[in-house]
Write a new protein. Sequence first.
Length: 494
Amino acid sequence: MAVYQLRVDWGNDGTYGHALADITGDVLEVSCVLGRERPFEFLSGARVGELTARLRNEGGKYSLFQTASPLAGLLRPGKLVQLRRYVDATTGWVPLWTGYLDRLTPDALLPPTVQLRALGPLSVLAVRTVWTAALANVASDAAVTAVLDAAGWPTALRQVNAGSSTLVRHYSRGEDALTALKAIEQAELGLVREAPDGRIVFEGRGYRKTGDRLTVQCTLSSDPADLAAGALAYLDLRQDDPIESVVNEAAWSVQQYTTGTQQVVATLAEVPFTVAPGQTLSFTLQYPPAGQSAEGYVASWVTPTVGTSGADVIVSSTTGVTVTLSQQRATRATVAITNGSGTAVTVSQVQLRGTPVIPGSVTGVVATDSASQASFGRRAVTVQTSWINTNQARDFAQATVNRYAAPVPTVTVTFAAELSVEHARQAALRTVSDRVAVREPAVLGLDMEAFIERVEHRLTPDTHTVSWVLAPAVAESAWILGTSQLGVDTKLGF
């Protein structure tokens, strides 16, 4: 039996039930990646995952214009793609990567091949526009849920863990869902990532202090004593440039807002107009009006009144006329006018009232480490947010400098899944945010517990190598009274 499978849901029904869904026999090589763009907490969120595969393409099987292909008419982007590996009889098949077909690029060489490219679930959110209602004093995980709901992302394909930040305010005003999620990620100092099974996962900054994240799941080592005790041997261990991680100045700027009084916040310009008998006309009005550069939002909308004068919606006759307000988002709402009478009605005014929240000054806070600047020069990061208060921003700035004023050791370790049954098991089961240990005392002087920040798989019909990008877990360790030592077991954080 093959130890891995590459499958495409050609039937587009989520079951991989098509007779040609398993394309493993055509694979010449396949690689995939998921996790953080850079292995630095606080400084980098997750990237859109990617899978690429080089496939045999005899007879133009994967060629869009080859009408004789058994897949003719099915070679369309958006189809579910999954790479999975078999572990053992107990565990069965475990997904290594799940995403969506992006493109197929065949060539006419001999033998003919095709390059398959798929993108992770975050790529879908990157093209879905979202509007959400204005939320006040909301937990960061609730804000994530609001964005995913607005994007139409299925509940079954998400794992929203508890956050630690309470956002002073939150709303989305027509940006893509990925941008909206990354703003929350930043306000939480958390992580929005892709799981190997295709779920979107939100981790609050306390997530790695809970559950299995507190326990080392496996050890990789070059030490003979460790290997004799069951540690995994690796093929390669490389240290990244530690100076790249140094941050000795962190500046956070917070957009302040002022709540106004209830007033007219949106007006329909295309008046007058007629509503025929039995007809309903709907209009979506936005705030601020189109063309205004000032950002703001509506904390709450008021159900519009209707009348022949002095009302929000002015009509020639109120007989049988009803007005409803729906889709009340932070920056737009939909008003519907229904004429239930037997006579046409003329509408001469449509306006909406609400409580506007207007942007004011920007407050900046800065944390620095002079000793680090003397050693490494000024190395600064700047963050701008609208969702947290100034005190929280100050804590975040200080936590960033506390963590990164000194170089942080990050490494990339590579091992072969074929080396042993345990190598294969760990290759299949480990993913981003799992805690592992790595030891290399002779050259790099490493002996650390670390979190997996990025996972890469590379497979051919005969080989499977795995690379984990690791960052130290010491700063995430829980403080144990009477045991933990500051700077040894834990660091100051937030």
